[in-house]
Design a protein. Structure first.
Length: 180
């Protein structure tokens, strides 16, 4: 990794939350920017169906971007989580924690981690512990609606996406390449 952030020891935490579209998209934009400076990037997707989202196909074309989805399905509902959902969320956090400590990655994105915490698949404390134990110089992004107050306190960057209009309100479903 050859970048000023790692050289000066900075490794900051970004929080992208809110009810609007664009949290994962913002994280992907940051990933592209980071790769342009030589970072290797890992995105661990919580609560997203493996291979369903277009960014997974894009990642196959980029040597410095790895996306791992540990979810069974994006359709896990808060009150309907199965033991496998808890196990998969824990595995995702283990993978992210290992990556943040390894020195191999300059940017690690925990995509939809906020929802995994809201639905109690993971604890706030476990996520905080993992992020705080990261190697010096590693940037971390936490995405998803419902970020807990502790994540706001932890983050150096906090961005809330606010929904003003969304085509879903007019019956337009998610479109490949744009929304998924």
């Amino acid at each position: 990794m050859t970048n000023e952030g790692a050289e000066n020891g900075l490794g900051l935490v970004h929080l992208y939350t809110g009810d609007g579209k664009g949290k994962t998209t913002a994280a992907l934009g940051l990933a592209l920017r980071a790769m342009g400076q030589g970072f290797k990037v890992l995105i661990v997707q919580f609560l997203k169906t493996p291979g369903f989202y277009s960014e997974c196909r894009s990642a196959e074309r980029l040597d410095d971007l790895t996306i791992v989805s540990t979810a069974r399905s994006c359709l896990v509902c808060e009150k309907e989580a199965k033991p496998e959902d808890f196990d998969r969320a824990s595995e995702g956090l283990r993978i992210a924690c290992e990556a943040m400590r390894s020195g191999e990655y300059g940017l690690v994105v925990l995509d939809e981690i906020n929802i995994a915490v809201k639905w109690e698949l993971l604890s706030v404390d476990d996520v905080l512990e993992a992020v705080l134990a990261r190697r010096e110089g590693v940037e971390v992004v936490l995405t998803g609606r419902y970020a807990p107050p502790e994540f706001y306190d932890l983050a150096d960057y906090v961005t809330e996406m606010k929904c003003i209009h969304h085509p879903y309100e007019r019956g337009v479903l998610s479109r490949s390449g744009i929304d998924k």
